[in-house]
Design a protein around this ligand. Sequence first.
Ligand code: AMP
Length: 331
Amino acid sequence: MAAMNFAKLHKEFKAILKKIKDYDRIAVYRHTQPDFDAFGSQMGLATWLKANFPSKDVIYVGETNDKWCPAIFPKPMDVADDWFARGPYLAITVDVANVARISGPGFDQSDYKVKIDHHPNVEPYGDLNVVYPNIVACAELVALFELAAPRRYKMTAEMARYLYCGMVGDSGRFLYPDTDDATLRIAASLIGKGVDIYGLYDKMYARSMSDMEAEKFVLNNTKFSPKGTAYYVLTDADLKRLGLTSVEGKLFVNLFRNVSGITATVSVTQDIANNCFRVSLRSNQKIVSKVAAKYRGGGHDFASGATINSLDELPWLIKDLDETPLVSEAK
Ligand code: AMP
């Protein structure tokens, strides 16, 4: 947790807790196309709220993921349509950079909005924004909030498991940049609450033969630019043949990430429903978020998402990545 202002963080945590106490009804939000960190930080917070404030009406909302629900996370809650009209409520978003990516109903109508996030704060949409872009996973920030809360608030193995899952997910098993000593200390504290980490890994990283077929396809069809950008395209026909959804097309984006000579990796997946191609960008050596921003996206320095309208745009995107300087050379 590089260069943290702990006095500021402490004040922000107190402010979050005050708002939680102020409201009897609380809705916790995750982002669209949820990943381990989105689910993990949301469920880690929602279960903590439910256990520590049993008289409050706490809901969690957002789209599901058939593979991970209910293997790791519960299925979406059955929230009655009129819940949001019944009275004032607090909205807390976790891991959601911008309003357009909030999944589930009722955010706009909420009475007070808390944003807890680890993406660059380009859209500080909360009434209270607790945003630390140098923290590797939003779940790490939520875990810190819960671990730092007064002792009367408890954290169970279930909450710790959700948060640990989010941390492992977004740090790539403690591999990616921004993983640091604090990450590991917080992860250790979560394990200490009784997380069955091996049982969790089995569920997080379970692979089928068809997953292996898809990986084989990507390995065989990845292309390489002159400056070391590795990229693959999955058309709708490819996705159907390989049994993948358009959201799952990016699952192989890290395959070439650590290969010598590769400076950035890109997955391009057709999304027929939205008439576009989803792009995921990763690198250990180049800041890819600026390129993502140029193509209707954004994200972290070394892991971003974008959208292109057709494959005609792809050569330009690859060229932009090729022309992005290595971090070691930029100055
Ligand atoms: P993805 O490649 O979709 O896994 O996204 C990588 C990271 O970039 C994630 O942390 C996303 O939340 C973030 N991201 C993806 N698309 C966008 C976007 N349009 N705006 C801001 N952040 C994004």
